[in-house]
Design a protein around this ligand. Sequence first.
Ligand code: PEP
Ligand code: MN
Length: 338
Amino acid sequence: MIVNMSTNATPDEIDHIIERIKECGFQAHVVQGAERTIIGAIGSSGRRSEIEALRAAPGVDEVIQISHPFKLVSRQLRQARTVVDVRGKKIGAGDVVVIAGPCSVESEAQLLETAHAVKASGASMLRGGAYKPRTSPYDFQGLGVEALRFLQKASSETGLPIVTEVMSEADVEIVEEYADMMQVGARNMQNFSLLRKLALVSKPVLLKRGPSATVKEWLLAAEYLLAGGNTNVVLCERGIKTFETATRNTLDLAAVALVKELSHLPVLADPSHGTGMRSLITPMSKAAVAAGADGLLIEVHPCPERALSDGPQSLDLQGFQELMESLGQAPAREAKAA
Ligand code: PEP
Ligand code: MN
């Protein structure tokens, strides 16, 4: 439930409502708007009628029901959009943020070459998998901590913040140490114990949509992070399983637009995993931006035919430069001396 305070509510009146909400067994989440304070009563206490009765308390304008099962991620509770700051790069502030890099970190040389190239083309952050969720146990599983060190070096050379996946609870601490934003992969979207642990970390979380998850399930997964105390959450649509086999997944861009309506959290699109096809990355990137995506996650490899994972959906360095130019995101070339 949401308690909307009136525009002239006093601090004492606001404190009184917060106290009453807690007494009734709910958590009180205070959202300070430009004009008024909104207080969410979140939880499963049976004393809802006592919260409803607060509409008669001094300083209260109205008490309304949050109609969605997700509460803290809902725009009903918070109209203003959340802006997530990843070491100085802001996601959700209006500019399209492009996160680029290889599917897997394969070697120091591969990562450094990619990092410098994507930076020069205008990427805002560097991605790269150290711990890889692979369908087959015989496929490349990632370099682990060694890859985290390469990511750190690439970051210190380029200044790009690092986004990398944390696959298991056991790796949360080490990934938190190196990553600027911690990715929850699609297969882990409903790993609730991992989500609970990530609710307590100091870094923002990038929550990918599960391949078979509904929008409601995805937002409820994000709710675990916010309810546990981490409000720095970025969502990422990366394609879902449908009957269609012509593409690896079906990139659900309607979900991007819908989530922008339902939630205040920023949303990215990942046309690499969303299509599995290099040739579709540019058109689907443009479509994602048109649908309201706050940014893009793009796989880039210096030599995709040699990639240890996801080569067919990776752009090469020149292809990424062309993508950025076609999105109007590439830095202006320096004028050549006459
Ligand atoms: C990835 O980003 O490399 C990845 C494994 O993505 P997803 O979890 O969306 O499959
Ligand atoms: Mn990948």
